[in-house]
Design a protein around this ligand. Structure first.
Ligand SMILES: Cc1cc2nc3c(=O)[nH]c(=O)nc-3n(C[C@H](O)[C@H](O)[C@H](O)COP(=O)(O)O)c2cc1C
Length: 212
């Protein structure tokens, strides 16, 4: 089938893009408003964009009850300039899903999901204590594009539980972390457990020497 993305119908572009750009990592973002009220929500339109400087990006769609209203996460980040991306692993899946519920702004999703918090190293926003890894970020910029906000965050500190770090690199022991990925909008996720296919990149010299 061919879909005309210049004239998409209903949720067509959303449904097709999130099904095809998959699997995606999930950022469970903690943020805080100016009064210190905590918020947590998952976002899978998320990835790192560059490493020097370390920048991550995510897309947060506005709500449209009566005109566009930013989601609490986007509003908090604009106002306080800080957030934490907590890495979603299999053991945190169900609680992450509770945080995606459309609670009123005054409700703390972390309490609803029975998550606890731990202080961050650099930013005021705490990380989720149960998360095995977290990226502390400062807002680099927010772009308003149509009904969405694209938020770029500069990573200022990274927490990873010692057992998930191979100090030789340092590398993340990703095969042991068991992060999950999001597939389509029907509630489908993938495990990264047992799914590792190893294929190191070749140098040009190795290619010329016939290595395949
Ligand atoms: C796995 C998952 C991924 C999601 N990804 C996004 C996303 O990329 N962008 C978005 O706007 N909403 C996304 N959502 C929906 C938000 O999490 C949801 O609207 C949430 O209530 C926003 O909370 P907030 O208003 O506290 O920021 C996702 C939900 C789930 C369960």
């Amino acid at each position: 089938m061919i879909f005309d993305m210049e004239k998409p119908k209903g949720r067509e572009s959303h449904n097709l893009l999130i099904g095809l750009v998959a699997p995606r990592p999930i950022a469970l973002v903690t943020s805080m408003n100016e009064d210190g009220q905590l918020n947590a929500a998952p976002f899978s339109s998320y990835n790192y964009l560059c490493t020097d400087p370390p920048i991550i990006g995510m897309g947060v769609t506005n709500r449209t009850p009566r005109g566009p209203v930013p989601k609490d996460t986007a509003r908090n980040i604009r106002r306080t300039g800080e957030f934490v991306v907590n890495v979603v692993t299999e053991d945190l899946m169900e609680k992450m899903n509770v945080c995606a519920t459309d609670f009123p702004a005054e409700v703390n999703e972390l309490e609803m999901a029975a998550f606890t918090t731990a202080p961050s190293e650099v930013v005021k926003v705490p990380r989720i204590a149960e998360a095995h890894a977290a990226l502390e970020c400062r807002e680099f910029t927010t772009m308003e594009i149509g009904r969405s906000r694209i938020i770029l965050g500069r990573v200022v500190s990274i927490f990873v539980e010692d057992r998930f770090i191979d100090p030789a690199g340092p590398y993340v022991r990703a095969e042991e972390l068991h992060a999950i990925g999001r597939m389509n909008g029907l509630g489908a996720y993938v495990r990264t457990r047992d799914a590792f296919l190893m294929m190191p990149r070749m140098t040009y010299e190795e290619w010329k020497a016939g290595k395949r």
